[in-house]
Design a protein around this ligand. Structure first.
Ligand SMILES: [Zn+2]
Ligand SMILES: [Zn+2]
Length: 133
């Protein structure tokens, strides 16, 4: 059985936590951010388990539509100056509290996401140690 890795993330700009314990997904706190599409704005909740792309939202996002993602605390946009290598949409960046960053594609339906570790050797060894590869 594969081990689950759940991530605790925060805003790279104001350092506030995105974790919402009142609205769990799969028994874990959800990652709550604000989103804005061409027609609407609302709340997006992501599953914090790495590799699980489950999400809930009160906004209707069409398949393939790109949503702008904002911090619910400082209201700044979380997109970075980098495009998804799969579909070309802007990537969203969040800081992992344990260290490193996660990047997520802003296009609905694109499951591209990856982790970026700042100090590769240290973070990787922690990863290997904690998850037993
Ligand atoms: Zn913020
Ligand atoms: Zn993409």
């Amino acid at each position: 059985m594969e081990k689950e890795v759940s991530l605790s993330v925060k805003c790279p700009l104001c350092d506030s936590s995105f974790m919402d314990e009142r609205h769990p997904i799969y028994g874990k706190p959800s990652v709550k951010v604000n989103i804005e599409t061409e027609h609407d704005r609302g709340v997006l909740r992501l599953c914090c388990i790495y590799g699980n792309s489950s999400k809930t939202t009160d906004v209707l996002i069409e398949d393939g539509e790109i949503a702008a993602v904002f911090c619910p605390h400082c209201n700044k946009e979380l997109s970075i100056n980098e495009d998804c290598e799969v579909c070309g949409a802007p990537l969203i960046s969040m800081v992992i509290k344990a260290g490193g960053k996660i990047r997520i594609c802003s296009r609905n339906g694109c499951a591209n996401h990856h982790l970026v570790f700042q100090e590769i050797s240290q973070e990787l060894s922690k990863f290997y140690f904690e998850y037993g590869f």
